[in-house]
Design a protein around this ligand. Structure first.
Ligand SMILES: Nc1nc2c(ncn2[C@@H]2O[C@H](COP(=O)(O)OP(=O)(O)OP(=O)(O)O)[C@@H](O)[C@H]2O)c(=O)[nH]1
Ligand SMILES: [Mg+2]
Length: 340
């Protein structure tokens, strides 16, 4: 057998594949070997070092392209006038993606060419690119089952203002709208996580419950009896909290027709808000509230609102409950962007 394999190697080379071997009894015995070579040349495998060098080159080139686009845009925005140039520079310095900034400037320039001044043109541009909700605090008439309360769950990164915003909405409903609201806290993650909302519920004088599972949520809502709206608070979620994520998802999925509102702070940089969106998009938010616009322009959330077409409903404008909440509008957003 070893002599036979030696002859295969001689005839077909070292790449020969042995397909079959068998012993033969005729002609004094011996072995029959069936072998073949693949005609296709083996694909050339680039050495790993070359891959690394190539990746570095691609990175360098894409950085160069970005820089050139940025420079071209800086030139273009200078041509467009000082107002637009400054707006472009301000957006980019706040970390807004160059493409979004360029888009906003172009859309604004088109309107300015029609005779509209800068602020009005930004307002129109923002109004056409970003979705604005109705500032729907539940007072709007909508087709829903009147025997069942509307349920709205709020999610977002830790500390961005979920609990405060819920208290503001509940206060507005109770004092202004005369609607019956109940509050639920699903923030059982931290010790005393639910206490703050419980205190707000006491002050406003509305029913309150704490839940930690989807089953408890259904039972608690049923226990509230006749209410128009239930607002559900959750614990803040970061990208690493996959467990908390799953809990909020199961809470949201346990109630038919639940609305899901993302609460994000205007103080976060665009890259941070982008990551928040990537983390929480799995919860399918259908609207957004941007808080702390009194501390920073809405620039951080601009990109996500623009790209994801997530309707923004309210702006949180301060810490006072319930005063510091206003319906989101292109007018306010344009004012903040141009002042940035
Ligand atoms: N300046 C300003 N501060 C706000 C606004 N909304 C909330 N805050 C403040 O932000 C802090 C955090 O607010 P919370 O409502 O506790 O935030 P949260 O998202 O519930 O936080 P976690 O429950 O820890 O995830 C508090 O000190 C609030 O007073 C706002 O619109 N403007
Ligand atoms: Mg909270």
């Amino acid at each position: 057998m070893s002599a036979a394999l030696g002859r295969v190697k001689e005839a077909l080379g070292v790449d020969a594949m042995i397909l079959e071997t068998r012993a033969v009894s005729t002609g004094g015995g011996g072995f029959e070997v069936t072998a073949a070579v693949d005609d296709e040349p083996a694909p050339a495998v680039a050495p790993v070092g070359a891959d690394i060098a190539l990746a570095a080159e691609v990175r360098e080139l894409s950085g160069l392209v970005r820089m050139l686009v940025g420079q071209a845009w800086a030139r273009r925005s200078r041509e467009l006038g000082p107002g637009l140039g400054a707006l472009y520079a301000s957006l980019v310095s706040h970390g807004v993606d160059g493409e979004i900034a360029a888009n906003l400037i172009e859309e604004t320039a088109i309107r300015m060419a029609g005779g509209v001044e800068l602020r009005g043109a930004v307002e129109a541009a923002v109004g056409s690119a970003i979705m604005f909700g109705l500032g729907d605090d539940g007072s709007s008439v909508e087709s829903r089952d009147p025997r069942r309360p509307r349920v709205r769950i709020f999610c977002g990164p830790p500390g961005d203002g979920k609990t405060t915003t819920i208290a503001k909405l509940a206060g507005r409903a109770a004092f202004g709208g005369g609607r019956r609201v109940a509050l639920v806290s699903a923030d059982t993650y931290r010790i005393a996580g639910a206490d703050e909302l419980a205190a707000y519920a006491r002050i406003i004088g509305v029913p309150f419950g704490v839940v930690s599972t989807a089953q408890e949520l259904g039972a608690t809502i049923a226990r509230f009896g006749e209410v128009d709206e239930v607002l559900v608070d959750t614990a803040g979620v970061t990208a690493r909290d996959t467990c908390k994520h799953a809990e909020i998802k199961s809470l949201a999925e346990s109630v038919r027709g639940i609305r899901r509102t993302l609460v994000v702070s205007a103080t976060a940089a665009p890259a941070v808000t982008r990551r928040v969106w990537e983390t929480l998009r799995g919860l399918s938010p259908d609207s957004c509230i941007v808080t702390k616009v009194d501390e920073a322009p809405v620039v951080g959330a601009l990109e996500t609102l623009w790209r994801q077409k997530l309707p923004v409903e309210f702006f949180g404008t301060g810490r006072r409950v319930p005063q510091d909440l206003e319906a989101a509008s292109p007018e306010r957003m344009a004012a903040w962007l141009t002042a940035a």
